[in-house]
Write a protein that binds this ligand. Structure first.
Ligand code: GLY
Length: 351
């Protein structure tokens, strides 16, 4: 088993990575938290696949459980669904001495985590991510949130989990599309922090080939996230580089009402746009956007999506990396090195 520790004073936690770990999750949680009530939040895609294994493991270890299933998709990261969760948790009789477990992808993790951070002013929380995107990014680092009609993740908190349990076998049931969403984030880590990782992914350019090294890729991405989060937990500096491709990506998601393109697809295209922008402004070496484009294409991700100037500027206006008239664009100085470039909001338009 690979073990990483996120060292945040007073909020340390481990990330455990191993194939088949889900069936031992009750034991792993019990090593940390005495048996109590565990409210599991999942969605209706994941519930039939993995909830029984988790519930059995928790019960064998003395936990009592409630399973709360939400609809799959971004629509569940809403104030309405959050309110339903509060109701069900209180009905279950949850207290601050109990536990909330997120079993699913990034949407479930963000929603359950935000619920945990606010209900009764905070309930201990464990992440069991089942998508690649959640395993390498959203389950680590404590960002939890819901969306508002005005934009994504506009209400949220930094609320670190007590434990992250990653079972790469859960990836076997993902569609190619959802697997590729995660690959967009893995490629992002390569672009912003680790040229070797980028090259490694270039050497395994398909889902089938990636299967041979997936545990190492997950572990390396979590290690990179650990380094960034330990340096800047609250996202005021270095952590912003994790948003490479996300400013343009969020604009795409919003323009298409969070329906036509998934987060990973939007980020894949956003990374190519950010690299092209960097090349045109002289920050990014020529040829970088082509290299990123070829790699995201090999995982079936889109690299060109129509977006009008107004949609882009609207998204930039409410970008959380903005202050006053400036937004911090994350660009690539070269593969493996990101740069934060303050840019006037109204001027981010080059096409
Ligand atoms: N997913 C970006 C972050 O955790 O900061």
């Amino acid at each position: 088993m690979q073990n990483l520790c996120i060292n945040l004073p007073g909020r340390e936690y481990e990330i455990k990575i191993e194939k088949g770990l889900l069936k031992n999750s009750g034991k792993l949680i019990k090593e940390l938290i005495n048996p109590c009530k565990a409210a599991i939040v999942t969605d209706s895609n994941v519930a039939p696949l993995y909830s029984e294994t988790l519930i059995s493991s928790l019960r064998e270890n003395g936990f009592s459980t409630a399973l709360i299933t939400v609809a799959p998709g971004e629509g569940s990261k809403s104030p309405e669904t959050l309110s339903v969760l509060y109701d069900k948790m209180l009905e279950f009789g949850i207290t601050r001495g109990d536990l909330i477990i997120a079993l699913g992808g990034g949407i479930v993790g963000d929603l359950a985590g935000f619920c945990a951070s606010t209900l009764l002013r905070g309930i201990p929380f464990v992440q069991i991510p089942t998508t690649l995107l959640a395993q390498i990014d959203s389950s680590v680092g404590g960002k939890v949130a819901i969306n508002l009609p005005q934009g994504k993740n506009l209400v949220g908190a930094f609320y670190q989990p007590k434990l992250v349990i990653i079972d790469p076998l859960c990836l076997d049931t993902l569609s190619d599309e959802i697997f590729s969403d995660g690959m967009a984030e893995a490629i992002k880590y390569g672009v912003i922090l680790d040229e070797q990782l980028f090259e490694k992914i270039e050497s395994y350019p398909s889902r089938t080939k990636m299967g041979e090294i997936i545990e190492d890729v997950i572990s390396r991405c979590c290690e990179l996230k650990k380094i960034v989060v330990e340096e800047d937990e609250l996202d005021t500096g270095k952590r912003m580089i994790l948003n490479f491709g996300h400013t343009f990506g969020h604009a795409i998601e919003k323009r298409y009402n969070f329906k036509d393109y998934s987060h990973g697809q939007a980020v894949a295209c956003g990374m190519v746009m950010a690299a092209e922008y960097g090349e045109k402004t002289g920050i990014t070496p020529l040829g970088t956007s082509d290299r990123i484009e070829n790699l995201v294409l090999s995982f079936g991700l889109p690299t060109k999506i129509d977006i009008d100037k107004e949609s882009l500027l609207d998204a930039i206006k409410i970008d959380k990396k903005g202050e006053g008239n400036l937004v911090s664009l994350i660009l690539s100085e070269k593969i493996g090195k990101a740069a934060l470039v303050p840019t006037e909001k109204g001027k981010v338009w080059i096409w």
